[in-house]
Write a protein that binds this ligand. Structure first.
Ligand SMILES: [Zn+2]
Length: 161
């Protein structure tokens, strides 16, 4: 079977005064995400989906947060490394679908920028990168503004197939 699917999920805590980086771009927000890296929840979910599809473990195994080289790292660098790992296994990305769960701010207008950034990093057409956003109707940790989460599914295939 030369077509594989993968799924990824990630969560980060939100705190006042932190930067919010989503899909490789800086989003203006009262609250930002906390993490060892730049805490880009969307990229982390996509990395986990890609690694899962290729059965290469997860982002925590590939880039341990105990390793200082990943401290405050730009997550687009991690995504590029993940695409490289897949490439070593002759896997190419088919398409990605993702959802960001965030109560506020509204990010719909920034999604096209995220798509083009991620497509550029992964060297795939923008039309193969879907990013959606939803609130959780003020329910749970996302709705209460305590955190942000993201889900991603990907399809990959062996190059040439
Ligand atoms: Zn993360």
């Amino acid at each position: 079977m030369n077509i594989k699917i993968g799924f990824g999920y990630d969560v980060h805590r939100l705190e006042v005064g932190e930067k919010l980086v989503l899909g490789g771009i800086h989003v203006l927000s009262d609250k930002g995400a906390i993490g060892h890296s730049d805490a880009d929840v969307l990229i982390h979910a996509i990395c986990d989906a890609l690694l899962g599809a290729a059965n290469l473990g997860d982002i925590g195994q590939q880039f341990p947060d105990t390793d200082q080289q990943y401290f405050k790292i730009d997550s687009t660098v991690l995504l590029k490394k993940v695409v490289g790992l897949l490439d070593q296994q002759s896997f190419s990305i088919g398409n990605i679908d993702s959802t960001i769960c965030l109560q506020q701010p509204k990010i719909a207008l920034q999604i096209p920028k995220m798509k083009s950034k991620l497509a550029e990093v992964m060297q795939i057409p923008e039309s193969d990168v879907s990013i959606k956003a939803t609130t959780t109707e003020k329910l749970g940790f996302v709705g209460e503004g305590k955190g942000i989460s993201a889900y991603a599914v990907v399809m990959i295939h062996r190059s040439g197939c």
